[in-house]
Design a protein around this ligand. Structure first.
Ligand SMILES: [Zn+2]
Length: 131
């Protein structure tokens, strides 16, 4: 996903940190900073930063190049269950695609997503690497 610089600035908190929204009414947690609870609609929410450590629950391999692809294919995209109990989708990096396993421990890292051009703005975001 390629965003303009102003768009990226507005969503930067969710790009650079794993923020968890915790509902003060139903108690459910969801990843990313949200103004209301997606389960019950309550606006009584609190935020906490995830430790960024979790387990790969499932994954798939993507064989087409996207804007955010690093210089390798296939890229591995996984569903990671964080230690706080919420799930988030992210690319698994710093490991061969054939070595990724369900149940492996990973931690969040800040990596390049995309750049405007060779001399343009470089956008970073959260990906996951083995612990
Ligand atoms: Zn709720």
């Amino acid at each position: 996903m390629k965003l303009s610089a102003p768009q990226f600035w507005r969503v930067r908190e969710n790009q650079y940190k794993l923020v968890i929204t915790i509902c003060g009414d139903c108690g459910k947690k969801v990843v990313f900073k949200r103004p209301t609870c997606p389960y019950c609609g309550s606006g009584r929410v609190e935020y906490a930063e995830s430790a960024g450590v979790g387990v790969v629950e499932e994954f798939t391999k993507v064989y087409f190049k996207r804007d955010s692809s690093e210089d390798r294919l296939p890229e591995v995209v996984g569903v990671v269950r964080l230690g706080e109990g919420v799930r988030v989708v992210g690319e698994i990096v710093s490991i061969r695609d054939s070595e990724v396993r369900e149940g492996m421990e990973v931690e969040a890292v800040l990596r390049k997503y995309v750049s405007d051009d060779p001399y343009g703005i470089i956008y970073y975001g959260i990906k996951f690497k083995p612990v």
